[in-house]
Design a protein around this ligand. Structure first.
Ligand code: SF4
Ligand code: SF4
Length: 498
């Protein structure tokens, strides 16, 4: 926030909208080209921008900045129509307690990963367009019926993917001076802020129903606001994070509402080393076990997602099909998907259990996940980053010709240059992917060692670190071996550059 202009921009009332509009425009291009353009994946804006560029830029942003894509998410622009529909519906429901863990998100995420392979989403512009439309409709429906922030926190698989992978991101939102927070009476970063009664009434009216945000908003007269950033209603944190007590980026959409709502200009986007959060008991306020289960699921679904693109998978699929006597691809995929996810999950828990047992502690699955879950999360971050970077680097420059083609196809005098495709030569791809996966693998091993020493002390910790450290090493080696296989060049038209 000390970077020139950044604090001023973040406190500007329309900062988030300014970030969302470019992605909304991209979503419109995706829908139009997906539904009306050529149904050839490498030549369509829908398939290339979503499956090559968006995913690649998401992991790059998570690695070098933070959860920038939730910050710029255009889905939350449904807020305008949802307010009007809220008035029509006339009431708002509380999100069911039973769904407040990460269980629903995990189920939706697995369904998405399965559908991605089963329906070959990366190769279908029209399905990709309908996926985007479906996403907007789902966000609208949840936003109409439930309090703001429900979709991001409890439903959106993409959001939870970003929350999870930001475990090692180099930034996080934090209170700058704890003493200021201690003296702060109304906690506007959480509840929101208005400067007078009239603004409060207007905010409630604008929001449709008096049960959410605006009614809870604190009155803070403008004269008390440090570095005032305008009048009106400044909403607080929609995912119920209280900045001074935040220990994790889990559920933080980086919307920066808290920055704008804090009357004392006491919230910053601060820099941290990637090991800071894994070393703390960071998820304790965010449904700890559910988040750790999400980490394990992401790790093995990530492995499955990459394995489905390499030759050994096709051999395994043939063997399973012959064994089951079926040619139904979805069935074979389902069997392999379940085997890898459950088998990998069991292996993960076994190594965690051996780690604790080596220190003389017998623990149940929940306690094991709480203690060691970060190790799985770091391995997941490494592999998803390596995998998505692979696709991004093989087709990053195609964004130029597909947009040229979009206009050429519709009769504009534009010449498409299809020679633009890869960002780096093919021979670099393995090196880049293996370096990324290995770097995160080393971090996972270091965290395994550090947690063992911290939790069990030097004498027992030195024993406990080995099973989990070895698990991290073996998973990293397996990931590098997967990356070394020839992969399907999904979403690219040209063959690889030498
Ligand atoms: S971050 Fe700002 S609004 Fe939140 S408690 Fe601290 S001073 Fe108050
Ligand atoms: S308001 Fe909540 S979700 Fe938004 S940046 Fe602040 S802590 Fe994160």
């Amino acid at each position: 926030m000390r970077l020139p202009g950044l604090r001023r921009f973040a406190r500007w009332r329309h900062a988030r909208l300014a970030l969302q509009l470019p992605l909304l425009l991209l979503a419109l291009f995706v829908i139009v080209d997906g539904l009306t353009g050529r149904q050839l994946a490498p030549r369509n804006v829908a398939t290339t921008s979503v499956w090559l560029h968006y995913r690649g830029l998401v992991v790059l942003a998570l690695a070098f900045v933070g959860n920038a894509f939730c910050a710029a998410c255009p889905l939350m622009l449904v807020r305008g129509p949802s307010r009007a529909l809220k008035r029509l519906v006339g009431r708002e429901w509380r999100w069911p307690r039973a769904l407040r863990s990460k269980a629903l998100v995990i189920v939706l995420m697995l369904a998405f990963f399965f559908a991605y392979e089963a329906f070959a989403l990366w190769s279908s512009p029209w399905l990709t367009a309908y996926l985007v439309i479906g996403y907007f409709l789902a966000a609208l429906a949840v936003d109409v019926l439930f309090p703001a922030g429900t979709f991001c926190k409890h439903v959106c698989p993409l959001g939870s993917f970003n929350f999870a992978l930001s475990h090692t991101s180099p930034t996080r939102v934090a209170a700058l001076d704890p003493d200021v927070c201690r003296r702060c009476e109304h906690k506007p970063c959480l509840h929101g802020r208005v400067s007078d009664h009239q603004e409060r009434r207007a905010a409630i009216e604008q929001r449709g129903l008096p049960v959410e945000g605006a009614r809870r908003a604190a009155f803070v007269p403008l004269s008390e606001v440090v570095a005032p950033n305008g009048r009106g209603h400044f909403p607080g944190c929609e995912t119920d994070l209280f900045v001074p007590e935040m220990t994790s980026t889990m559920d933080c959409t980086l919307c920066l509402n808290c920055v704008r709502a804090c009357p004392y200009d006491n919230v910053g986007l601060t820099v941290r080393p990637p090991w800071r959060e894994p070393l703390q008991a960071a998820w304790r306020r965010r449904g700890y076990v559910g988040v750790a289960v999400l980490a394990v699921v992401l790790l093995w679904a990530g492995v499955m997602n990459a394995v489905a693109m390499i030759p050994p998978y096709f051999a395994a699929a043939e063997a399973v099909a012959a064994f089951l006597g079926t040619r139904q691809e979805w069935l074979v995929l389902g069997v392999l998907f379940t085997a890898v996810t459950l088998g990998g999950g069991a292996l993960t828990l076994l190594s965690f259990a051996l780690g604790s047992l080596a220190a003389g502690v017998r623990e149940g699955p929940a306690a094991l996940l709480q203690r060691w879950g970060s190790v799985a999360m770091i391995l997941a971050v490494g592999f998803w980053t390596a995998h998505y970077l692979f696709h991004f680097l093989t087709g990053a420059l195609t964004i130029v010709p597909v947009f040229q083609h979009f206009f050429e196809y519709r009769g504009f005098a534009v010449e498409t240059n299809w020679r633009l495709a890869q960002l780096v030569p093919s021979r670099w791809l393995f090196f880049v992917g293996a370096t990324v996966a290995s770097a995160y693998g080393v971090l996972a091993m270091v965290i395994a060692g550090a947690r063992a020493l911290r939790d069990f002390g030097p004498a027992r910790g030195v024993l406990a670190m080995w099973p989990v450290g070895l698990f991290a090493l073996l998973v990293t080696v397996a990931q590098v071996l997967v990356l070394a296989q020839p992969m399907e060049m999904r979403g690219t038209l040209l063959g690889p550059l030498p």
